[in-house]
Design a protein around this ligand. Structure first.
Ligand code: 5CA
Ligand code: ZN
Length: 407
């Protein structure tokens, strides 16, 4: 699939500011902040959208978190290989297409394009590989074949299931107990009650053709991929095993990231990812913002209302990426005021030296992507006088490079 256009990222090292520090992030699996330690190329997989409705602020918040991670990695001197999927065939998409009388392919293409436009406006760094589930069916079939040879695949009617207990690592991503897993599995797309399964938590790998639904002819028969194996196959193919960070919102910790990791680890004998990083949930009107609940604040609507995308970006950055928080209308006004203070700050003839501020921005990002701390540092710089003539331009570059906000 086509990705979206890449905003230029200034290189602070070229302006004489050296390199930023190594980046530390909170790994859900280990339950602590850990160092990311890529050698030359950091490999990142972030779970992409299911394109049945427009990008909301929750999505934007999640992709922004991983944009910050990439900027911190780039500033540290690493290359980044970033892969993201599009779940362009799945139950929610087919259900929405059916309910609205729109062709599912058209719906997916339309919403994916809107997502690209929103990401571009927000200056979110694009993935190198932007990959649809449909175009990845051969990869999925191949990975299921590898799992079959371990004996962990079985049939229920004509569908194929993964026996989660076969993977020694199952449970390590979430660290949840059985009761919690059982409760949440059913709420997030799982089918714990289906007769014929060996374990209620076993997950669907391949769904045989259902009447009226799309299906593809493969060595596994006519059907379509399950959800977790889609991301396992795409990530393994494009990034290899033990890539640096598997990312997404915290609603994906279980079952999605647990299952993908278990499948990939059993098939390859290697760790799937080195760290599992999760962004908090953005709520609105008392609930998690979600396409299925319909309580959405759309990025495209805010843009249509004339809000500067950089203000939308700042409104999101005001919260630490791991925080669960609720969108409230005044937040966009506050962010717009901050943006205008920052723009005035970099248009001054002189200002305090850039070096200490750049150090503080780098330290904040390296410490588990602490954007609120970074914003506070820029605020302080803007409200302090100084006599450095180069500083305004240098700070403009640093804010662009590290926070992705073009002033
Ligand atoms: N296609 C799957 C992942 S493979 C999926 O979860 N799609 S999604 O469209 O539902 O979500 C896309 C991304 O946005 C996921 O990383 C998800 O965790 C994140 N996300 C969804 N809702 C919110 C929310 N309210 N707040 C923060 N992040 C969210
Ligand atoms: Zn995924």
């Amino acid at each position: 699939m086509q990705s979206w256009s890449r905003p230029p990222v200034p290189r602070l090292v070229d302006s004489g500011f050296g390199r930023g520090p190594a980046v530390r992030v909170f790994d859900t699996a280990r339950g602590e902040v850990v160092a990311t330690e890529p050698e030359t190329t950091a490999r990142l997989y972030v779970c992409g959208i299911t394109p049945y409705d427009a990008t909301h602020l929750g999505h934007a918040n999640t992709y922004l978190a991983f944009d910050l991670l990439q900027r911190a990695w780039l500033d540290h001197g690493l290359d980044v290989h970033y892969t993201q999927n599009v779940t362009d065939v799945d139950d929610p998409l087919l259900e929405r297409a059916e309910a609205t009388g729109v062709d599912w392919v058209e719906l997916a293409e339309r919403e994916t394009q809107l997502f690209r436009d929103d990401m571009t406006a927000l200056r979110i760094l694009p993935p190198r590989d932007y990959v649809g589930a449909v175009e990845s069916i051969p990869l999925v079939v191949d990975l299921i074949g590898r799992l079959e040879s371990t004996g962990a695949v079985y049939r229920v009617d004509d569908d194929l299931y993964f026996e989660v207990r076969a993977a020694e690592s199952f449970g390590r991503v979430s660290g949840w107990d059985e009761a919690t897993m059982a409760e949440i599995f059913g709420e997030r797309g799982g089918d714990p009650q289906r007769p014929g399964k060996r374990d209620p938590l076993d997950c669907l790998l391949w769904q045989a053709e259902r009447p009226g639904e799309p299906a593809w002819d493969t060595a596994l028969g006519r059907g379509r991929p399950g959800w977790h194996i889609e991301c396992a196959a795409i990530a393994l193919h494009h990034l290899g095993t033990t890539f640096d960070v598997q990312g997404g919102g915290s609603d994906l910790v279980f079952p999605h990231h647990e299952m993908s990791a278990a499948e990939a680890e059993l098939a390859t004998g290697e760790p799937f990812a080195s760290a599992y990083v999760h962004a908090g949930m953005v709520g609105y009107a008392g609930e998690k913002m979600s396409k299925s609940k319909g309580n959405l604040v759309l990025v495209s609507r805010l843009r249509d209302e004339g809000h500067d995308p950089m203000a939308i970006r700042l409104a999101l950055l005001a919260h630490h990426y791991r925080e669960d928080w609720e969108w409230q209308a005044p937040q966009i006004g506050e962010a717009t005021e901050r943006l205008s203070r920052w723009r005035s700050g970099v248009q001054r003839p002189t200002a305090p030296a850039a070096g200490p501020l750049i150090d503080e921005l780098r330290a904040a990002l390296a410490a588990d992507l602490d954007a609120p701390r970074a914003l506070a540092a820029v605020d302080r710089w803007c409200s302090t006088d100084g006599d450095d003539e180069k500083a305004p331009e240098q700070v403009g570059l640093a804010v662009d490079a590290l926070l992705g906000v073009r002033l």
